[in-house]
Design a binder for this molecule. Structure first.
Ligand code: 5RP
Length: 232
């Protein structure tokens, strides 16, 4: 099975948790895109749901698939968010933001009663950090923010190069919120919950890709089928 087929399998499994009338958070990335497409098929078959997309790309995909959309200003809570991840550890803490949508993804996940993370098995790690940690930053004072980030990393015994992410045009990648992203290649994050807290209070940091205690269930597709892991 190809990687893409595995991603679609995980997405199909998550779809089994969707019930008529649900309000859904729709994730971003190649795995979440499969979920949106499969959900669209169900909607065209008569399922009634409403979705909140986590990026402009997902908004366009969902509209193309015929999924009715709303916003977090129009509704109170979401029943379920289904999203991908760049890394998942055994506590179901995540690194997200490889696709640059971490801010809206976190806002939507936080407004959801449950979050199911869907991925192929390659995203499963013992310790987060192999994937460079995306951090959404304000362009103003970036050097000061970088220094504060280095301090925060040192506090938890982590270090590594911090690179400004570039877009396809060679200029700084700009998020849907109008911010920039730096990727911190830490190799290993010894205490992700503590680092998450330290990053959240740095003034130039809008948000970061550590999703701590947000996912309730992971569906991991591998050659031998789907492995489901609940948050301990
Ligand atoms: C986007 C994300 C994605 O969920 C993450 O990058 C995984 O993407 P993919 O399913 O394409 O591997 O966090 O901001």
């Amino acid at each position: 099975m190809t990687m893409d087929e595995l991603k679609r399998k995980a997405a199909a499994c998550a779809l089994e948790h969707v019930r008529d009338g649900m309000k859904l958070g729709l994730g971003t990335g190649s795995t979440a895109k499969h979920f949106v497409e499969l959900l669209g098929e169900r909607v065209r078959g008569g399922l009634t749901v409403v979705g909140v997309p986590t990026s402009e790309v997902t908004r366009a995909d969902a509209q193309r698939c015929g999924i009715p959309l709303t916003t977090l200003d129009e509704i109170d809570r979401l029943d379920l968010t289904v999203d991908g991840a760049d890394e998942i550890d055994p506590a179901l803490n995540l690194i997200k933001g490889g696709g640059g949508a971490l801010l809206r993804e976190k806002i939507v996940a936080a407004a959801s009663d449950r979050m199911i993370v869907i991925a192929d098995e390659s995203k499963w790690v013992d310790t987060l950090g192999r994937f460079p940690l995306p951090i959404e930053v304000i362009p103003f004072g970036l050097s000061a923010t970088r220094r504060a980030l280095e301090h925060a990393f040192a506090e938890v015994g982590a270090s590594g190069p911090i690179k400004l992410r570039n877009g396809k045009d060679g200029h700084a990648f700009v998020t849907d919120g109008g911010h920039w992203i730096v990727d911190a290649d830490l190799g290993r994050i010894p205490d992700a919950p503590r680092l998450a807290g330290l990053l959240s209070v740095i003034p130039g940091v809008v948000d970061h890709g550590l999703f701590i205690g947000m996912a309730s269930l992971a569906m991991l597709a591998g050659p031998n089928g789907i492995r489901t892991v609940e948050r301990p």
